[in-house]
Every structure is written in structure tokens, then in C-alpha cells.
Design a protein around this ligand. Structure first.
Ligand code: HEC
Ligand code: HEC
Length: 452
């Protein structure tokens, strides 16, 4: 009996065991399937959940792919044919010294670095610059400036080297006469020999006005050679663009390893290149079309109306320092021809150059009169257009109230902040009076144009 009972029990257990074994494959499959599905779901982006902290949920349209593909790290600087020493290390070393030299100002107390301070992203942190007296515009950064085509907020100069004479003689900036500056250089045996090694001997005294202008152009060319070294390295955004390109510019941003380009910045990029219409003017590697637009941000009450680009065209055409002028090393370059055909148009009144959006983290305040202290203020302006005025003749029609939500404002700011690049090599950002100059390379430098 015992045996029988135990046989029955055994049989029941065996049957249960058997039936469970029989079902096992389906149970196992079901279990594995649900486990797999759960894991898959965790590892997949959830494009519908924009609030997820790590995932942006952004899916690009075709036009955005094209816009973003043009926005990555700028390529190498193209040579400036109008400045034959633009990439000469000796000229960069001389320019480095001049940039920090206060003898370029009338009272010997202001250098380029007074307003373009290396530790403030080569700006001064002020709304309006202060030299001999307070100026009427916000100090632009020198970082990456060599990539521009037009210089200053109104594009009043058409080369980096010709820009330099502007602040030297400006009565509110450095206020020096060209004669004074050239005499100071000639009177300093060390700098004079550096200058003559690059540009040839100074002509016999007394120098004619033409020769003084020529020497000032040469100082500008050395300063430009220095400024061309002030390039920033890749930003978080640039590194992300590289990874995105590696994935064949996928539409789904969450497939790209985010690194330090946060989900919020990705959503900001999405807005920037679509509905917010920022891309219409802030395009390409510098996020600038390099052209002039009248946004109509309320001007400061204490300043007279600034004509912007409208006022710059005639000054440029009249300048002996323009790229088509007598001191240019290649007066027939295409840029010079474009300049010669410029005519000031009424719709350029109050228009300013679209600034680069790189390194904004270092260059507050913003806009040509420093109207906005923070990026948040800039974005709230674009959102509401509060205080915007129609300039005397015209205002950009592409600008409409966008009414960004609080989250959108944060996302746009996160994107803008991802554009800060690594600083230029420290040997170029130090005051050279405090550190030794660059060593000359062992190879011969290109032959120079003789100084005539
Ligand atoms: C008193 C302050 C001050 C001094 C000194 C000064 N700058 Fe500037 N710099 C400015 C301001 C302000 C602007 C924008 C001017 C404008 O748009 O009218 C500017 C613009 C520039 C730009 C144009 C950048 C761009 O993106 O277009 C360059 C380059 C530059 N300065 C180089 C120099 C050099 C070189 C010197 C010395 C010879 C110098 N600056 C001295 C305040 C100054
Ligand atoms: C119609 C062309 C245009 C559009 C569209 C545009 N901008 Fe601008 N942006 C400019 C110009 C021009 C300035 C300089 C205006 C001035 O100084 O008066 C500027 C200035 C800025 C500045 C300040 C930079 C500095 O160094 O002072 C930021 C930041 C900026 N824009 C971001 C944006 C964002 C974000 C959008 C989209 C919401 C946008 N812009 C849309 C042309 C444009």
C-alpha cells in the first residue's frame, strides 16, 4: 500500500513535472521574450518622451540635416592674400608684442588688450567700451575673428589688418596719431629691428604721409598675423557633430552618443534650426551669415542713433587701408572688387553684422550696445520682441514673436552654451612682456615682399 500510495504520489509528481517540462519551452520563450523586450525598451530611445533627462527625442527633418551639417567646427583659416605676412610666425610674434603695447595710445596708458582682455574672451565685460572715454559700441571678441569677412559691428573694415588702425587713431579709444606710433616703433631698437626684418628698412626721414600710412598698415599686418593665432578649439557641439557625422547624420539624435552635448542642448539645436528661425541668419561654422540685419533691439537712450551698416559703406570706400587700396598686397582680390561696387542702401540703416555665436559664455554683455546682460535676456527678446523699434527705415521681417516656453528658453540657452570652444594656446594669450616670445621654426620662412 505504502508502495502503491507512494507509486501514485510519484506518478502525480512525475505527471506534474512532465507537464511543466512540456510547457517549459513556451514559458521559457515567453519569459525570455518579455525579458528581452524589457531590456530592448530600456536601451532604445523614446522619441515621444521629451522630458527624459538623458534623451532628447529629437528627429531631424531633411532641411535640418543640411543646416546642421554646415555648422560644425570651422576648417583651417584661408590665407589672406592682401596680407603677405598673415601666416609668418615672426609677424605674429611682433603683433603679439604690439597687442599688449600701450605706446600705441596717445598717453601711453591703453593697449589693445585693455579692451580685448585674454581672460575675458578678448572682450572687456562692459556694455560699452571704455578707452580714452566711453565709446558707443560693445567690444567684439578677437577669438575666431579672423574667419570673418567684414570687421566691426558695421563691417566698416574689409580685412583684419586694416581694422587695426581704427582703434589706434580713434579719439575715444587710443587716440594716437599715426606719426606718434610710427616714431615710437622706430625709437625702440628691438621692435624696430623685428619690424625691419619682416617689412624691410624704414625709408629715410622725414617720412612722407604715405610712408607713415604704409608703416601703420604693416603694424596692422603684424597684429593680424597675431590675431590669426587666437582660434578656439572644438566645442561640445563640434564634438557631437563629429559623432553625428560618423553615424551618417542620422535623423534620430538619440542614436548619437551624447557626450557633453546634453539632451536639452539637442532640443535647443532642434528649435534653432527649425521653428525659431535662428538659422536664417546664424548659419555655417561661426553661426553667422557674416551679413547685416536690423533687429531693432531698443537702443540705449543716452546714445545718438547708430546708422550701423548704412554709415559704414562710404567710410570703407574712402579708406586708403581697404583691400583694394594702395597698402594692400593684392588689391585685385575678389573681395576688393565687391567692396568697390558697394552702395549704401537705406535698408541698411541700423543694420549690424550677425555676430558669431561661438564663445558666448565669455563675451557678455550682448548686442552692439551691450543691451542685454545675459543670454537669457537675449532669448527673451527674441521670444517677445519687447521694446523692439522699427529703425528709421526698416526692420527685419523674419523676426516675429516666437513666444518660447520656459523649457524652450532653457533648451536654446543650453545649445548656445555648448558652443564655447577650448581657449587658444596659452603662449598666445599671455602678455609677452611677461613670457618669452615664440621660438622661430627651424625652416626658412616664406620670402617677404620688399618694403618700398
Ligand atoms: C577702447 C577699447 C578698445 C581698444 C583699445 C581696442 N579695441 Fe578692438 N574693438 C573695440 C570695440 C568697441 C570693437 C567693436 C567696434 C565697432 O563695431 O565699432 C572692437 C572691434 C575689434 C575687432 C573686430 C572683431 C570683429 O569680429 O569684427 C578687432 C579685430 C579688434 N577690435 C582689434 C583691436 C586691436 C588690434 C586693437 C589695438 C590696436 C584694438 N582692437 C583696440 C574696443 C577696443
Ligand atoms: C534676421 C537675422 C537674425 C535672426 C533670425 C536671429 N538673429 Fe541673432 N543676431 C542677429 C544680429 C544682426 C545680431 C546683432 C544685433 C545687434 O547688435 O543689434 C544678433 C545677435 C544675437 C546674439 C548676441 C550675440 C553677441 O555676441 O552679442 C545671440 C545670442 C543671438 N543673436 C541668438 C539668436 C537666436 C537664438 C536666434 C533665434 C531665436 C536668433 N539669434 C535669430 C541676427 C539674427
Amino acid at each position: 500500500m505504502h508502495r502503491g500510495k507512494s507509486t501514485v504520489e510519484h506518478r502525480d509528481v512525475l505527471r506534474a513535472l512532465f507537464s511543466s517540462i512540456a510547457c517549459a519551452p513556451s514559458i521559457c520563450v515567453a519569459l525570455w521574450l518579455s525579458l528581452y523586450l524589457a531590456l530592448w525598451a530600456c536601451s532604445q530611445p523614446t522619441p515621444t518622451d521629451p522630458k527624459s533627462p538623458e534623451l532628447s527625442g529629437v528627429v531631424f527633418g531633411q532641411a535640418q540635416i543640411e543646416r546642421v551639417s554646415e555648422m560644425g567646427f570651422p576648417g583651417p583659416l584661408s590665407p589672406d592674400e592682401t596680407n603677405h605676412v598673415c601666416d609668418d610666425l615672426r609677424a605674429a610674434n611682433l603683433g603679439h608684442i604690439l597687442f599688449f603695447d600701450k605706446r600705441l595710445s596717445v598717453h601711453g596708458d591703453i593697449s589693445c588688450a585693455t579692451c580685448h582682455q585674454p581672460d575675458r574672451g578678448f572682450t572687456d565685460g562692459l556694455a560699452l567700451n571704455v578707452g580714452i572715454s566711453r565709446g558707443v559700441r560693445n567690444t567684439l571678441t578677437i577669438l575666431d575673428a579672423a574667419h570673418q569677412t567684414w570687421f566691426n559691428w558695421d563691417g566698416r573694415f574689409d580685412s583684419l589688418w586694416s581694422q587695426a588702425h581704427g582703434p589706434i587713431s580713434h579719439p575715444r579709444e587710443m587716440g594716437a596719431s599715426f606719426d606718434q606710433v610710427v616714431n615710437a616703433i622706430r625709437g625702440d631698437a628691438k621692435i624696430c629691428s623685428q619690424y625691419e626684418a619682416i617689412f624691410g628698412q624704414f625709408p629715410a626721414t622725414p617720412l612722407t604721409p604715405f610712408h607713415v600710412e604704409q608703416a601703420v598698415s604693416n603694424l596692422g599686418k603684424a597684429l593680424a598675423a597675431y590675431e590669426r593665432r587666437l582660434m578656439t578649439g572644438p566645442s561640445a557641439f563640434d564634438r557631437w557633430v563629429d559623432r553625428w557625422r560618423d553615424l551618417r547624420m542620422t535623423r534620430e539624435l538619440d542614436r548619437v552618443p551624447a557626450g557633453d552635448f546634453s539632451a536639452s542642448a539637442q532640443r535647443g539645436l532642434d528649435l534653432f534650426t527649425s521653428r525659431a528661425l535662428c538659422w536664417k541668419c546664424h548659419a555655417g561654422p561661426l553661426l553667422s551669415d557674416g551679413e547685416f540685419h536690423a533687429l531693432g533691439a531698443a537702443p540705449r537712450n543716452d546714445l545718438i542713433s547708430d546708422p550701423g551698416r548704412f554709415g559704414a559703406v562710404d567710410k570703407l570706400l574712402a579708406s586708403p587701408f581697404r583691400t583694394g587700396g594702395p597698402h594692400s598686397d593684392s588689391p585685385r582680390v575678389e573681395r576688393a572688387q565687391i567692396v568697390e561696387s558697394l552702395v549704401a542702401q537705406p535698408d541698411q540703416w541700423g543694420a549690424f553684422r550677425t555676430p558669431s555665436l561661438r564663445n558666448l559664455g565669455l563675451t557678455a554683455p550682448y548686442f552692439h550696445q551691450g543691451q542685454f546682460a545675459t543670454l537669457e535676456e537675449v532669448l527673451r527678446f527674441y521670444s517677445t520682441l519687447d521694446g523692439a523699434v522699427t529703425m528709421d527705415h526698416h526692420r527685419e521681417l523674419v523676426l516675429k514673436r516666437r513666444d518660447f516656453s520656459e523649457q524652450e528658453l532653457l533648451d536654446l540657452e543650453a545649445f548656445l552654451r555648448s558652443l564655447d570652444g577650448a581657449p587658444p594656446p596659452s603662449q598666445w594669450t599671455r602678455d609677452p612682456a611677461l613670457s618669452p616670445p615664440q621660438q622661430l621654426p627651424p625652416v626658412a620662412v616664406p620670402t617677404e615682399k620688399p618694403h618700398d
